[in-house]
Ligand binder design. Structure first.
Ligand code: MG
Length: 202
């Protein structure tokens, strides 16, 4: 199982990260070992600084596909969930400066809180309200309709190069409002009609 993630998929986040709008989706993977559930702790390894939250809509594949046409892409999705793409931002900034990949800054254990999965059928993923709070205070709030690349476009694009398997997860990117989380914080990511995932930072 793999977690396929999109970087810079909301204009507002690209702007806050001082990044030009992408012409094609920026794709990276997170390992399955980063996933934790509701109520589990986000653990920051010693020496890692400026860890940040990223609320994202996650799509779960119900069947395997390759070269999936955009028009058929959503038929491959069986479930939806809320995902928090936790990121070690200082390490990522150093990686970006050196042109290095993001595997470690994005892939640490517990850096992938995932909510319960709900059936995708009947939910319009182009019009959902995402909210992330830290200690009850809103930090990220946006509608999924503001994505640059629709999930269907991303699925068609990625599956040209990489087989997407049943059980894989597509994390569709985060909007602006990213901020640091610190030990003791309670981080809650939620999306209307799907649910929420709440985690304490240890
Ligand atoms: Mg992200």
């Amino acid at each position: 199982m793999k977690i396929v993630c999109v970087g810079w998929n909301y204009m507002s986040h690209a702007a806050e990260m001082d990044r030009a709008l992408p012409e094609e989706p920026l794709i990276f993977l997170k390992p399955s070992t980063c996933i934790i559930g509701d109520g589990d702790e986000i653990r920051i390894p010693e020496g890692v600084t400026n860890v940040q939250h990223e609320v994202e809509l996650a799509l779960i594949f119900g069947k395997t596909g390759k070269n999936i046409p955009e028009e058929e892409a959503m038929s491959y999705i069986s479930g939806l969930a809320v995902f928090n793409d936790v990121t070690a931002r200082d390490m990522q900034a150093a990686d970006r400066a050196k042109g290095n990949p993001w595997d470690l800054c994005k892939g640490m254990d517990t850096f992938g809180p995932l909510s319960e999965i709900v059936p995708a059928e009947g939910i319009d993923i182009g019009d959902l309200e995402m909210l992330l709070t830290v200690n009850g205070e809103a930090r990220q709030k946006v509608n999924t309709g503001r994505m640059i690349f629709s999930p269907a476009k991303v699925i068609a694009y990625v599956s040209r190069y990489m087989t997407l398997e049943a059980g894989d997860i597509l994390a569709t990117g985060t909007p602006d409002g990213i901020s640091e989380i610190k030990p003791g914080d309670i981080v809650c990511a939620s999306i209307t009609k799907i649910g929420s995932v709440t985690n304490r930072v240890a």
